[in-house]
Design a binder for this molecule. Structure first.
Ligand code: PNW
Length: 457
């Protein structure tokens, strides 16, 4: 007989959204062009005071090398260049974010709309549609208007009035762009911007000690924006609104640590996913974990629980790497993350390629929150280059990162996970937050030489 084996290569589903992602503050520059208001990232990156001069008289800034997003990739002025790059790569979708303070310089609509900002995004959206590229729009990717942080809702995400202010801004975006934009992400990675910006103080606005209250406010903000779309825009605009959550995969070091690794997932991902995609409330395991640590978990009212439940049309996931979880009696929540020295490194200390962790995470999310009910979009995945000087993109290491991660995603899809799209981070090297331009995540290399302006007073 014929012993030749037929190997069936299963293709990606028809209409799978391959794409590239960016965020406003990381690429736009033109920080005070055409009436843009300041954001907390302008303030954070420009700030250096007496306490930021070390004993040798050297300047120490909040951002590595005192880099700022003043110019960044100059995308506000060079949209045509960005569009050409997108067309050249043949992507089906472009995920970008709206700069709140470019649209509403003082944070709210009644304090003024900046028409130049509206026109900039209108042109982007129209050009994308004309070229059959689906705009996937993030409403908030970390650049809170300074006016909101300092005056309208002092404390920003710590202030409970932020959820209504955010929902108003989201509604402004639906009304201005929703006739053409059909894919909305409310918040990008609330866990990262809250924990690093309002708890650890290592990102803008540099506040400390507000993990639980600020995290809680992000859920209310997302849900209010989602319900606003439901009640006023869904019937006519017929789009989808979701949230993008950051999650690593947490692997137990031994079987003894299964429970601990599960708790870590609960804290990092379940915090948002369970109220929104699950019961509407925090999971019992999370409640116990917070109580055992002697902390006060904010509580939802019955009405809030009902509104939380199902308040997303899809599950947006940003995934980069994996951690090993080990028991530790002296640690917060009695667990610690272990760096696995044998895993390869990248240009970012927190990021090691572990493709099997991606498959496990996708299957975990599907089992727990049902990606048939809430289709999953990978809204970010990628790695930073190990070679800062590399200019020709002959970067086999990152080619392999993408190959192995996309294969892992494909295995998860074969095993039943409903993944609808995949967006690589990022279209081009850009302002990598507190790391400035020192880490390169782009699939296009950017020459920042001579273009990065450092503010000295
Ligand atoms: C995400 N961490 O940020 C953001 O959505 C992007 O804006 C960013 O450029 C990209 O990932 C690469 O970093 C993260 O320390 C920043 O674990 C830091 C961490 C995770 C995500």
């Amino acid at each position: 007989g014929n012993s030749r084996e037929v190997i069936e290569v299963s293709p990606f589903p028809e209409g799978f959204l391959w794409g590239l992602a960016t965020a406003s503050y990381q690429i736009e520059g033109s920080w005070r062009e055409d009436g843009r208001g300041n954001s907390i990232w302008d303030d954070y990156s420009h700030y250096w005071g007496k306490e930021n001069i070390n004993v040798n008289g050297e300047q120490r800034c909040n951002v590595d090398k005192c880099h700022t997003g003043d110019i960044a990739c100059d995308s506000y002025k060079q949209w045509n260049r960005d569009l050409a790059l997108l067309k050249n790569t043949n992507v089906k979708t472009y995920r970008f974010s709206l700069s709140w303070s470019r649209l509403l310089p003082y944070g709210t609509e009644d304090l003024g709309v900046n028409q130049y900002g509206v026109e900039y995004y209108n042109k982007m959206i129209n050009d994308l549609l004309e070229n059959d590229i689906v705009p996937f729009v993030t409403i908030y990717h970390w650049d809170l208007p300074s006016e909101v942080q300092n005056i309208i809702a002092p404390g920003g995400w710590v202030n409970s009035s932020i959820s209504d202010i955010f929902a108003d801004y989201a509604e402004f975006c639906f009304r201005a762009f929703g006739d053409r934009v059909k894919n909305w992400i409310t918040l990008n990675e609330p866990g990262i911007f809250v924990d690093q910006g309002y708890h650890e103080g290592i990102m803008a606005p540099g506040m400390k000690g507000h993990m639980l209250d600020a995290r809680f406010n992000t859920i209310l903000a997302h849900v209010k924006a989602y319900r606003r779309y439901d009640s006023k825009y869904r019937a006519t605009q017929k789009g989808q609104v979701g949230i993008t959550l950051f999650s690593m995969w947490n692997e137990p070091e031994t079987n003894q640590e299964n429970q601990l690794a599960a708790l870590k997932m609960e804290l990092d991902l379940g915090w948002w996913a369970e109220p929104i995609f699950g019961s509407g409330d925090f999971a019992p395991g999370l409640k116990k974990m917070i109580a055992d640590a002697g902390k006060n978990l904010p509580t939802f009212t019955d009405e809030q629980i009902a509104l939380n439940k199902g308040a997303s049309d899809f599950f947006g996931l940003n995934h980069y790497t994996t951690r090993i979880i080990r028991a530790c009696n002296s640690c917060e929540f009695e667990l610690e993350e272990v760096e696995c020295d044998s895993w390869p490194t990248t240009g970012s200390v927190w990021l090691r390629p572990v493709p099997w962790g991606f498959e496990k995470l996708l299957e975990f999310i599907h089992k727990r929150w049902d990606t048939d009910k809430y289709p999953l979009y990978v809204t970010e995945n990628g790695a930073s280059s190990k070679d800062d000087g590399l200019q020709d993109l002959n970067d086999q290491f990152r080619v392999d990162y993408y190959k192995t991660y996309v294969s892992a995603m494909k295995r998860a899809m074969i095993n039943g996970v409903n993944v609808k799209g995949y967006m690589a981070w990022s279209l081009m090297d850009n302002f990598e937050w507190a790391r400035g331009y020192t880490e390169r995540f782009g699939v296009h290399w950017v020459d920042f030489n001579g273009k990065i302006k450092i503010l000295t007073n």
